[in-house]
Design a protein around this ligand. Structure first.
Ligand SMILES: Nc1ncnc2c1ncn2[C@@H]1O[C@H](COP(=O)(O)OP(=O)(O)OP(=O)(O)O)[C@@H](O)[C@H]1O
Ligand SMILES: [Mg+2]
Length: 312
């Protein structure tokens, strides 16, 4: 089992009479990409601010690389890098000067180190440009380079995909994956866009109304949903094929375009195939379809909050 980099226990934040984060506990390991999902106002940024030492918890504890945030804050901050909301940068200055400035805050202006992290984020050829000439995606990358300057073991990224175009989202996702896989950094990424997090996070935590509803590996979340798995058969006569499968095998079937979607496990594929072929239906393709994160999210929220998706 990989080393625990972050341990959060019973974390709570109260603003006057509003509980923004309520008794949240979880762990993040070395090299893990931990997706922190929830609708607007769920408590994502509040949780991340406490973990980053920006705000003080009302209750609960935070341990980063074994250090306690209450008593060893300085050491915790040495182990983590955080980009919460918009990264701070000076747009009239060049990217290099920005990085130099942030490195100086840690008292460690090593030119090679700055160039190294500029390379990690893929900005090594644009270091002389002023930030005002940077695209949003490039600014996000520079923001991450700033947080990497002191070689943290844990990276906290609040909504790093927001505002990026589809190509930018893909690039940022691949970049985060490389930080985790190549540099073994634990990355906690928040988003309210479920689809963006699919096929990219190792673990998904779902927060709603300040409460952590679920923490699990994405495959396990999919398995937990009843009827999550469907097999898609692309056929020449979908309506006819649908009736045959429904009547002969008593399985739930949907007709979508030129395909039938049968709710069953892979074990039934050969049975369905021979049934259809026996009725002279041509099968043009077969695909296993698992529940999307969107469906998983709605399923968990409905089961655990009795359908109340509270957005404050
Ligand atoms: N400084 C504050 N004072 C009072 N209430 C606050 C403060 N910061 C956050 N809150 C409240 O705490 C709750 C959680 O807010 P938070 O910013 O953590 O949500 P979020 O999950 O990051 O949402 P979003 O997706 O919109 O960024 C909200 O109800 C918000 O109004
Ligand atoms: Mg937020």
């Amino acid at each position: 089992m990989a080393k625990v980099v972050l341990k959060v226990s019973n974390l709570t934040k109260r603003f006057k009479d509003r509980i923004a984060v309520n008794n949240v506990s979880f762990e993040i390991h070395e090299g893990e990409i931990f997706g922190f999902l929830g609708p607007n106002g769920a408590g994502k940024s509040t949780t991340m601010k406490m973990i980053s030492g920006i705000s003080t918890p009302t209750k609960g504890s935070i341990t980063v690389c074994g250090y306690d945030m209450r008593t060893e804050k300085e050491k915790c901050l040495r182990c983590l890098g955080a980009m919460i909301e918009n990264p701070l940068m000076y747009s009239y200055m060049s990217a290099y000067d920005n990085l130099k400035y942030f490195a100086s805050l840690y008292g460690d202006v090593d030119k090679n180190k700055i160039l190294y992290y500029a390379k990690v984020v893929g900005l090594e050829n644009r270091l002389k440009d002023p930030i005002s000439k940077y695209s949003l995606g490039m600014r996000q990358r520079l923001g991450i380079a700033q947080t990497l300057l002191h070689s943290p073991k844990l990276l906290i990224l609040d909504e790093p995909l927001s505002g990026l175009d589809p190509a930018g989202v893909k690039e940022m996702r691949e970049f985060i994956i490389s930080l985790a896989r190549k540099y073994h950094i634990a990355v906690m990424v928040s988003s309210h866009m479920l689809a963006e997090m699919e096929h990219f996070c190792d673990t998904i935590a779902i927060i709603n109304n300040g409460e952590l509803l679920e923490v699990n590996e994405i495959e396990k979340l999919q398995q937990g949903i009843e009827g999550a798995k469907k097999i898609r058969f692309k056929v020449d006569y979908p309506n006819y094929a649908g009736i045959i499968v429904k009547n002969s095998l008593k399985l739930p079937v949907e007709i979508v375009g030129n395909s039938i979607l049968v709710q069953c496990s892979e074990k039934k594929i050969s049975k369905i195939t021979s049934l259809l072929v026996g009725r002279k239906i041509s099968i043009l393709g077969i695909e296993v379809v698992t529940a999307s994160l969107e469906e998983i999210f709605m399923d968990i929220v409905t089961r655990k909050t009795h359908g109340k998706l509270e957005i404050k």
